[in-house]
Design a protein around this ligand. Sequence first.
Ligand code: I85
Length: 356
Amino acid sequence: MMGETQSKNLQPKKTNITDDYKISANVLGLGINGKVLECYSKANGRKFALKVLRDNPKARRELDLHWKASGSLHIVNIIDVYENVYKGSRCLLVVMECMEGGELFSRIQERADTAFTEREAAEIVADIGKAIAYLHSMNIAHRDVKPENLLYADTSPLALLKLTDFGFAKETTNTMLQTPCYTPYYVAPEVLGPEKYDKSCDMWSLGVITYILLCGFPPFYSNHGMAISPGMKKRIRNGQYEFPKPEWTNVSDEAKDLIRQLLKTDPNDRMTITEFMQHPWVKRASEVPQTPLMSAIVLKEEEDQWEEVQDEMTNALATMRVDYDQCHIKDVKESSNPLLNKRRKKAPGLEIQISK
Ligand code: I85
């Protein structure tokens, strides 16, 4: 049966969240679909993060996919979910483990005095890769992998790095393939296409994050401080970026090779997560040379521009999601393909199943 691939169905609690948690006024951040607050368990006093989502289909989708992915070591895990009326509207209240170590690049920026190395960069990239590999293996594309969604569990040097915010996540299994009108053997590649595009968005993100980790600035940037200038868009489309001196002088060729494969303009040419995890710089991250990098110093020096860098990545990802969505195949309903018309005549009842 369709929809039963989901092993652990989420059932939000209908009891009042305030029976179990004390909600603080402290805001931890703003997500795509809702704000994140601090809260405390009444049972043990422990601190958690609470995401408040106005209950609507988009919020349900975010929650559903986050819940499915919850359980991985490299995903911010969901602890509890409540369906309550909160400040007058029906809300989904998502209690998550609290990531007290803050954002990835804030931590690296603080390393300006202790030499952040290529090996450390490789180990971070491998961890982000594990989060994405887990999601892609479950046919989930995150589509919003960016610095502000990568958080450390705590402030210790061994803290785990985890991915959060499923507000743009998308299930990549083509539901149409589960309808009785396709036999898997005869499925055209363009029908399978879109799944790949959604996932390739995450691979491009990995390329940009790897690049920034290694030098402290992004591969593509606008000239005028505009969020995304026509010039920047053109450079992204043409894959125009460099490995300038002096920041890149001592960086290994293996790292550069990996970035080149991740930042391919055509999503069809881009590396997949499986290939990524097999790349020697990732697979043997712990053996990568301990070359000191300039990234921490550059990040510290260009602190003022960091917000702009983040906005640029947010915009580039938005553009990509729109572009790749346009690659989608025509809706079957609108198709006038002769073969399909023949099938329609044979089995008129099928139409209903298709258009569902
Ligand atoms: N803990 N994107 C940027 C945060 N623990 N944060 C963002 N979408 C989410 C905030 C805005 C991510 O879904 C977000 C989401 C979830 C969290 C989240 C989850 C769990 C945290 C939007 C913290 C935190 C806690 C204590 C200290 C510190 C941070 O944000 C810091 F280190 F910064 F002081």
